[in-house]
Ligand binder design. Structure first.
Ligand code: ATP
Ligand code: MG
Length: 390
């Protein structure tokens, strides 16, 4: 029995003339992600992409798991390939879907006939196959509105396909169709979620992480890499920069008023990130900030942070409660890693009483105490470590 994966495009279908190039990017993304499992053939046909395993030893469960995480896919399903012959369609449906049909109480049959030369019309296929399955499974009855299982028969140009229920796809747009942006990634809960949310909109990610050894440890950095690996299952490759931030943080501590420590640190993070992101052909920065979550994320503080850069800053978690962000982090399996207790550079030298309503003029004045800031930033940029996360 030959099985393939049928992939239904998501929003792609809406993109008119761009559709074909979007589909090509989607296929390229699937190909790259499936590469480790073996060779697959991809065929485009009427808002469906057929993913056909070429090697015999490919585990289709693994392939389905990988494809279900690729953005730009509304739904997918495993399907069994059979001859364009109604007897073969019947026996295939019986054997291929027997487990699901035994467990179900209600079902319906849907048929799509793109080969108009096939002698039976769609309603006839549904009626005949429905009757046949009813005669074989006495546990089943027909429910056309809300069935436990929909048995779908697709008669296409070369073969017919029989399949059961769809699996929900990851949605969104294919990664790489919306350009590149730089995610400021910490080891926390929010920034991996922010990364996932923007990748879902088709943005290719590059990541920037600030590390302040010895105040932050090697383990904290490894945790960030682990989080990025989890995000990369959705986004594809993430070029990552680890920026040595110790000297700058010490300069802030030594030269600036304590109440401005965090806001100045965040502005400098943005400035360095912007410089690195430009090099990576990025057009925006992304953070995991959410209004009011901490002192550096009041609207007034965010306004001061924004002014540090010219690039737009995307904050997809901005209006979300922590609980909502956590729900997504559980879904994408980053939560358990995020809650491991390692220090972040944001948690060293934290002021006792941070300004929650900072004025930009005062912040800039405090920041100008670091006279060699430009030099320190350039030095940090020269010493970044580049890591490719797959
Ligand atoms: P999270 O990263 O989950 O938001 P958090 O809420 O503890 O954890 P904050 O201190 O609120 O982190 O930082 C706000 C945002 O600043 C983060 O979402 C992230 O985009 C960025 N950020 C914080 N620390 C770092 C870091 N060490 N390197 C890069 N970006 C960082
Ligand atoms: Mg946060």
């Amino acid at each position: 029995m030959k099985e393939i994966i049928l992939v239904k495009n998501g929003e792609l279908a809406l993109k008119g003339l761009n559709r074909s190039s979007f589909e090509d990017i989607l296929i390229k993304n699937m190909k790259r992600r499936l590469n480790d499992l073996g060779k697959f053939e991809f065929t485009k046909s009427q808002s469906t992409i057929m993913v056909d395993p070429v090697d015999d030893d490919i585990d289709l469960d693994d392939a389905v798991d990988i494809v279900s995480k690729v953005f730009g896919i509304a739904a997918l399903s495993r399907a069994c390939v059979c001859e364009k012959d109604f007897e073969d369609i019947k026996t295939t449906a019986l054997s291929y879907l027997s487990e699901e049909l035994e467990d179900a109480k209600t079902f319906k049959v849907e048929a799509k006939r793109s080969d108009k030369k096939f002698p039976m019309k769609s309603p006839e296929i549904c009626r005949e196959l429905g009757g046949f399955l009813l005669s074989k499974f006495h546990n089943l009855s027909v429910d056309v509105h809300n069935p436990d299982i929909i048995v779908t028969v697709e008669v296409r140009d070369k073969y017919a396909f029989v399949r059961g229920n769809n699996i929900k796809g990851a949605g969104g747009m294919p990664t790489g169709t919306s350009g590149r942006a730089g995610i400021l990634i910490s080891g926390g809960i929010d920034s991996p979620v922010a990364a996932y949310m923007m990748a879902k909109r088709g943005i290719e990610l590059c990541a920037i992480h600030f590390a302040s050894p010895p105040y932050t440890s090697e383990l904290a950095e490894m945790k960030v890499m682990e989080l990025l690996k989890k995000v990369a299952r959705y986004s594809g490759v993430i070029t990552t920069y680890v920026v040595p931030f110790t000297k700058i943080q010490e300069a802030i501590r030594d030269l600036c008023p304590e109440e401005y420590f965090t806001i100045i640190m965040r502005r400098i993070m943005m400035m360095i990130s912007e410089k690195l992101a430009v090099h990576q052909n990025c057009y925006a920065l992304i953070t995991g900030e959410s209004v009011g979550q901490v002192a550096s994320q009041t609207m007034y503080a965010l306004a001061c942070t924004d002014c540090a850069v010219n690039m737009p800053v995307f904050r997809p978690c901005i209006g979300m409660d922590k609980e909502e962000i956590i729900a997504i982090s559980r879904k994408i399996d980053t939560f358990q890693t995020s809650i491991q207790p390692y220090e972040d550079c944001c948690t060293v030298f934290t002021p006792k009483h941070p300004k929650t309503k900072p004025h930009l003029d005062d912040v800039i004045k405090a920041e100008s105490n670091i006279e060699n800031l430009e030099e320190l930033m350039n030095e940090a940029i020269q010493n970044v470590k580049k890591v490719i996360i797959k």
